[in-house]
Design a protein around this ligand. Sequence first.
Ligand SMILES: [Ca+2]
Length: 291
Amino acid sequence: MARRRTGAVNRERGFILVMVLWAIIVLSLMAAGFAAMTRAKIRTTAGHAELAAAEALADAGVNLALLSLMGSKAALPASPRFAADGETRLCVFDGGARLAIRIEDEAGKVDLNAAGEPALVALFVALGTGPETARSYAQRILDYRDGDREPRADGAEEAAYLAVGRLKPKNAPFDTVEELEQVLGLPAEIARGARSYLTVTSRLNGIDPEKAADLLKSAAGPGLPRVRSEARAFAIHALARMPSGVQYATMAVAEFPELRGRNYVIRQWHHSEAWQVPEFEETDAAELPPC
Ligand SMILES: [Ca+2]
């Protein structure tokens, strides 16, 4: 009788031991899972912190460019640090983060709102489009921005947009060059390819060849009139690269309403696609000037 009771107690102890072992295994797995989650979260947070730091430095780059432009507008004796010539210039922050800044004078670009049909045709032909297709692109842009609903011969107005399930054309001026992708019949890759040659801020029907990219310089002529500009509006591109390689690019457009004034109005300020800066790879941070 006593032996049977002892056997039952041993079975009970064995069962409890197995339960305890299972509990230990389950708790260990939970702890390992929690540790992995914490590690992933730390990595994600560190990545976000790096990106936030890169964003702040890119924004600082835009401000440095604005200071330089203000100096040149006020004809300060010191030459501007970042010239509005479309060239990329580099500098380095304390801590090793590097900055690339490029300033473009908007007078060297085709204004999407001020350009007439010949100027738009000249732009698309310069970009490699055939003359007939270029005329259709130009007329569709004009129909998109003008207030009426009468389509040009090769253009497109409300009825054409609705027929393919698209939103109606704006029938008002473009606010950004990115809006070009909303124009019916203009392929997205063509719109994206044209973006860096377009502006909505120069308000000129023509370009200042001295401020223009080479592609537009050669396109200037009867269709794309040459005009003299007064250095009023600038696109600023700033790209910050952290020592870890994390990058952030900011693009801003600033307009100076007065010819000699230092006051400016920000027309755009947003995140943009990082562009290739071969000098980052070719130049050691120690060789760069401080930002
Ligand atoms: Ca229209």
